[in-house]
Design a protein around this ligand. Sequence first.
Ligand code: GCU
Length: 411
Amino acid sequence: MRSCNIITAVLISILSCNTLMAQFNYDESKVPAYELPELLQLNDGTPVKDAAAWNEKRRAEVLELFRSEVYGRRPGRPKALRFEVTKKDEEALGGKARRREVRIHFTSEENGPSMNMLLYLPAKAKGPTPAFLGLNFRGNPTVSKDPGITLRKGDKESDRGKSSGRWQADMVIDRGYALATIWYGDIEPDDKRNAFSQGIHRVYGPANKIPPDGWGSIAAWGWGLSRALDYFETIDEIDHKRVAVIGHSRLGKTSLWAGAEDERFALVISNDSGCGGAALSRRAFGETVKRINTSFPHWFCDNFNKYNGREADLPVDQHMLIALMAPRPVYVASAAGDRWADPRGEYLSAKHADPVYRLLGTEGLPAQKMPPVDKPSMGRIGYHIRTGNHDVKAFDWKAYLDFADKHLGRR
Ligand code: GCU
């Protein structure tokens, strides 16, 4: 009896191990042979031979495929959008910055859905400055130890500055850029059960009536980033034509989709965005489409489930998402220890987007092979793989600032 139990236990553990392994792979030799969808060919098979064919036809086709099959369709700017400055330009960061807080209201209701933006402006700036804009994971007060950042419901005094390493506010300001951030949960909670009933989705319709190509949370968060850009268009301190959108991990997926949907973003940065972000889905290395749709069913549109375990059937792959930024500068960053996000797949997306950048007359990605760790390659497409784990470090920010200097210029 006892040995029977042991055999059953061993069998169960082998089976569950196999099930888990079927959900992700860390072995390069097991990456399936794959063929990427043609980037430079219209859906009807016509080759895309010049910039006009990309700009006028192919870009729209690719964008539409991502909308209908991956992220879902998002609404436009709400008519009632309005901006309320809740804290006006106090001295911050030892005098080098001015801190402003702005509530961006999505509807006309006074206590309706809104998001709170924290904005640091370089104190020395003589004219409009370029800016970095990104969503944060744990609330605005976590971005800096600055005691003047307003604590909102759920924020703790003891959490001040807990994510400051990921934001490098001093470095950004010292280099002459503004830094703006919003807690992503203000737009929509990252919660598979309640996302659509408590977030911005509810303004646009009942949670149970989302069509198969209806927007998921990544699209909702990206929509929020566009609303922040709407605010920049109304002020003189920021040059809204020189705004870089940045995001890490799920928020890196978000910055990419925001950059694809909203061409007003002048530069787009994906930090360790992985599956559903910069990594090629067809490699099925690290996190897979099935795994991400199972763990986070609210992130993408329902149609994306059709490709669970069937990556080869996707009409797009993520290099096409990178190409949607063209000819705007785009930076993809990986971390060597972040196998879940598939660094090689992230590099390959950047590389396979290169033909579109070249077609549009830019330098694309200079690196012909995956660059060694800690050696950024910067053309109009940038890429690096950093030593270390899934995170945003000073090394990453230095590269982003160098890349922004190259393309947005310090004026
Ligand atoms: C999980 C998820 C990733 C995501 C990451 C993050 O690991 O599987 O897809 O990028 O969370 O956002 O931190």
